[in-house]
Ligand binder design. Sequence first.
Ligand code: ATP
Ligand code: MG
Length: 262
Amino acid sequence: MKNIEIKDLSFAYEDEPERLVLDHIDLHVDPGDFVCLLGQSGCGKSTFLRLLAGLERPTSGAVCVNGDPIKGAGLDRSVVFQDYGLFPWMTAGENLILALRQKFPKENKRKLKDLALDMLEKVGLKPEVYDKLPKELSGGMKQRCAIARSFGIDPPILLMDEPFGALDAVTRAKLQTMILDLWAKEEPKKTVFFVTHDVDEALLLANRICVFGQSPSKIIHECRIPEDIKPTRETIYENGPIMKLRTQLIRYINQDVTEHIA
Ligand SMILES: Nc1ncnc2c1ncn2[C@@H]1O[C@H](COP(=O)(O)OP(=O)(O)OP(=O)(O)O)[C@@H](O)[C@H]1O
Ligand SMILES: [Mg+2]
């Protein structure tokens, strides 16, 4: 069980040290929360995820897991990147095995292959995919492989950066359901940070939503979705409280954009 504490976090990239991308962000996330991050392009969502992944260090402030500042990448966190992040020269299976070997260094290849095939099945892919190179797979299949790899190492914290951004509506809907199922049926639940531009996707997946403002970015709005109003895909547009939240979220996002254009 891992809680995450973001304390007065500010960040600037080294090549532009005077330009803050993230500006004094505070956030406490409980174990098992599914947090969706919304915000305009370029506001710093991927940067925020990279800090959580330990791929960047805070300029000031801290990102702590169970009270300890994150010092680098770790097996307690895995990332599904915007562009899948599969090594193109390795088959889907080899990509999975590479990740699984970090988690299970003592297991033999046979056992790791069984685990990899099991994960492919869980994300709805056929065993043949194991021997295919990423370039031989569709976008949706690559995205499923990337998700299989992340869930395969079974981290308590999962970081997902617009994982469904490049997919058609039907594939996207299928993968949203798959992620929700994978997350909901595990106990203890994983803590998930999920970046999206899609307000409806956030309402469907999250129990907590944070809206990031324009650069330098702060969290300009936050809401929780209580269990008793949690929508399903079928009922979302008839769910009064959810539609109210949706209007509020869109208003916050648009208002922030308008203020920055003005
Ligand atoms: N490696 C980098 N070096 C310098 N600046 C960067 C780097 N990566 C991102 N930036 C800058 O930091 C800001 C935030 O970028 P980031 O990728 O975090 O935004 P984002 O919210 O994820 O956008 P999008 O929704 O388009 O993915 C942008 O101004 C971007 O140009
Ligand atoms: Mg991004």
